[in-house]
Design a protein around this ligand. Structure first.
Ligand code: HEC
Length: 146
């Protein structure tokens, strides 16, 4: 009896990200060094705060950002932006609802342009600098600036 119970306990499924080789232009995500998660906050350079968002957060801009987010970002950050979905790496994607309100648009844009670890710079996906601002307007619509 006891032996059976023990055996049953052994079958552990390890959920792990395969299928990273989705798009042809995506560089090997596996090569990105696993980042040290929340412990090491990601801070954009001070001067990035000064870069203003050239796009008004009107319905068109937000809608555009939403479309791009759904295509390229939702897999890691989740539709609610709370990163319930593991990135398939040693890190979870950042909770954008918590992390973005305290930051300036320019800081977020800098992060999108530069990336860190599993968070690839948006140019990797062929997303333009300009669309980065629309993404930020969409993120703001979900997580308003503090
Ligand atoms: C492969 C998974 C993955 C994808 C796809 C992804 N991200 Fe991320 N993102 C991350 C991870 C992991 C972090 C945390 C990076 C760190 O702190 O080193 C992050 C961080 C961020 C941050 C900064 C949060 C902070 O700490 O200030 C923003 C903003 C962001 N992502 C937006 C986006 C947007 C917009 C897209 C779509 C273009 C996107 N991400 C696509 C995994 C991903």
């Amino acid at each position: 009896m006891l032996g059976l119970a023990l055996l049953a306990g052994v079958s552990v499924m390890v959920a792990c990200g395969g299928g990273e080789e989705a798009t042809e232009e995506t560089p090997a995500v596996e090569e990105a060094a696993p980042v040290a998660t929340e412990a090491e906050a990601w801070v954009a350079p001070e001067e990035s705060k000064a870069t203003a968002n050239p796009f008004t957060a009107d319905a068109a801009s937000i809608e555009k950002g939403k479309g791009i987010f759904g295509q390229y970002c939702v897999s890691c950050h989740g539709a609610d932006m709370k990163a319930e979905v593991p990135a398939g790496l040693a890190v979870k994607a950042a909770n954008l609802i918590e992390k973005t309100p305290a930051q300036a648009d320019g800081e977020l844009h800098w992060k999108l342009l530069n990336g860190r670890g599993a968070m690839l710079k948006i140019s990797t996906y062929g997303i333009s600098d300009e669309d980065g601002w629309h993404l930020i307007n969409y993120i703001r619509s979900m997580a308003p600036k503090a």
